[in-house]
Design a protein around this ligand. Structure first.
Ligand code: SF4
Ligand code: SF4
Length: 549
């Protein structure tokens, strides 16, 4: 029996707050989706997901095939890594990776051989719709599939609601709301069957009663392509729902609200409402893995902005350097000013294009300075409240800012800091140009770090308590053993009486002897003459020596 029932609204709701922004998607959608060339070298990071990094399974000098497993971890929250093309492993070491901090991380470097020869991956499943959900989850995990919407959470984990938990609604997030990014729209228009097949597999794995694909209502072409597939398949239980176009309608909680009117509890999960949400690109990747046997070795990436000559959506091998991808799109224009991974609202800047595209790279934005204006110096908050009006999470951004600035990490949590999705709407409208999101990220990082310190000291305290308890236990056990040993040595009641009787008899004998000695001449009546003579001699000597024998 199902415990949670969610109703899909006939008319989707408008999310609270949000901003109407210029979409700027047409540039990259002018050209059809195409596959990028395989680069000369692939830089494949071991960590492209949330969770434990994978461990290399290959060594420098090894020959690898396309789709071959090259790194994995046994941790539950992790994802394996596969070779994106055939070639030779030429290095394993630290290289720059796409990250806001500009950090380096361990990568497996493959010099490709141009053959693109594929390995047998054993991922394909016969009769997938009759398969055990646990088998489906294992194949999804083996394929290295993570959420392609940007977060990179392992998809197999999100396909497992856990014991006793049921899924009433599967939401497919196709509401690509951030300006410039159009990779999901390109996928929906060019590979709708992959998406529909993937959605059906996920529905089976989750045993979900309802499925809704949420698409922004400015993508009629994508809706049409998906609907055509559903009609051809005679599939009438998967609903495509256009939602009002507004940024950030594609936030997980925001899309769920738009489709159902339900609010995911503060710091809770959609599963608390019986809902699971997956990205549309993740659905396509699952279909390719389980129906065609291809692990996650490529993804669609939007390459756009006034700084690139031929904006487009490309299917890119994971590990391809961004410099190669830009070259594939005609190279930089003279207007190129900033290079970002992601969109202008939630993306981050790169200082170099010598980093690879990874599983979560949805957009490379080579922006002109006109598209991304320079940062203006911040001035004090004037308490205008504009940030409150646009917050899609119903937060009080200026309060969060005050507490973050004051490093008041207790009070800031009372204002639900962790419900902030870092959409940037508040900072976008702030007349004082305060970089609000940076303050929230700083506060979150500090709290996480304090929490992990607290956890560390809690663990140390627990270890100390366990040790003290163990020592106490051992001491008590020793005392008990000693007491038992002493008890074992004590005579029993019967033994004691006999012993006491013996002692009493001995004492009595001694006393009698003393009495006899002190009573004067001995009674010698029963002795022989010789004995009596000896005794008389002894008595005589004792008398003559004053009592000494
Ligand atoms: S928008 Fe900026 S100035 Fe206005 S209240 Fe918010 S933080 Fe203060
Ligand atoms: S960044 Fe956070 S606080 Fe600001 S508008 Fe978005 S959700 Fe609200």
């Amino acid at each position: 029996m199902r415990h949670l029932m969610v109703t899909l609204l006939a008319q989707p709701k408008r999310i609270p707050g949000g901003l109407h922004l210029d979409a700027n998607k047409a540039q990259s959608l002018q050209q059809p989706l195409r596959t990028a060339s395989v680069p000369e070298q692939l830089y494949i990071p071991l960590s492209q997901h949330i969770g434990e990094a994978a461990e290399p399974l290959v060594e420098v000098g090894d020959e690898v095939l396309k789709g071959q497993l090259i790194a994995r971890s046994s941790a539950y929250i992790s994802a394996p890594v596969h070779a994106s093309s055939s070639g030779k492993v030429v290095a394993i070491g630290d290289y720059p990776v796409p990250h806001p901090s500009g950090m380096q991380a361990t990568c497996i470097v493959i010099a490709t051989d141009g053959k693109d020869q594929a390995a047998d991956t054993s991922l394909r499943m016969e009769a997938v719709f009759d398969a055990d959900p646990a088998d489906i989850r294992q194949r999804v995990r083996d394929a290295g599939i993570v959420g392609l919407g940007g977060a990179g959470f392992p998809a197999s984990v999100k396909l497992n609601p856990g014991p006793g938990r049921e899924v009433d609604l599967l939401v497919i997030n196709a509401a690509e709301c951030e300006p410039y990014i159009s990779c999901d729209e390109a996928l929906m228009c060019n590979r709708p069957w992959d998406i529909i097949d993937g959605v059906r597999i996920m529905r089976h794995a989750l045993n979900a009663r309802q499925v809704a694909i949420g698409v922004e209502d400015n993508m009629p072409g994508a809706v049409e392509c998906l609907q055509r597939c559903l009609d051809e398949a005679g599939e009438n239980t998967i609903r495509i729902t256009p939602v009002p176009t507004i940024y950030p309608a594609g936030g997980e909680k925001q899309l769920i609200y738009a489709l159902t009117g339900e609010e995911v509890p503060s710091q809770g999960l959609p599963l608390d409402l019986g809902i699971v949400c997956h990205n549309v690109g993740t659905a396509a990747a699952i279909a390719r893995a389980l129906l065609q046997g291809e692990p996650l070795i490529s993804r669609v990436v939007t390459v756009t902005g006034e700084g690139v000559r031929q904006p487009a959506n490309l299917e890119v091998r994971i590990g391809t350097p961004i410099a190669d991808i830009i070259k594939e799109c005609g190279g930089y224009t003279d207007e190129a000013g900033r290079l970002l991974i992601g969109g202008p609202m939630m993306g981050f800047s790169l200082s170099s294009d010598a980093v690879p595209a990874i599983k979560t790279t949805n957009c490379i934005l080579a922006a002109s300075y006109r598209e991304t204006p320079q940062v203006t110096a911040a001035s004090p908050c004037i308490r205008c409240g504009d940030c409150v009006d646009v917050c899609p999470a119903n937060l009080l951004p200026q309060q969060l800012y005050w507490y973050a600035r004051a490093r008041n990490f207790d009070n800031i949590q009372d204002y639900n800091l962790f419900d902030c999705i870092e959409c940037g709407c508040c900072a976008q409208v702030c007349p004082s140009h305060i970089p609000l999101v940076q303050y929230y990220r700083f506060a979150k990082t500090e709290i996480w770090s304090l929490d992990s310190e607290r956890q560390f000291s809690d663990m140390a305290r627990q270890r100390h308590e366990f040790r003290t308890e163990r020592l106490e236990r051992e001491k008590k056990a020793l005392q008990e053993r000693r007491a038992m040993a002493r008890k074992a040595l004590k005579p029993k009641v019967g033994d004691a009486t006999a012993k006491q009787a013996e002692i009493a008899a001995a004492l009595k004998r001694v006393k009698a002897k003393k009495d006899a000695q002190s009573a004067g001449p001995r009674n010698t009546n029963n002795l022989t003459e010789e004995q009596q003579a000896k005794i008389a001699e002894v008595d005589r000597r004792r008398t003559s020596t004053g009592g000494q024998p």
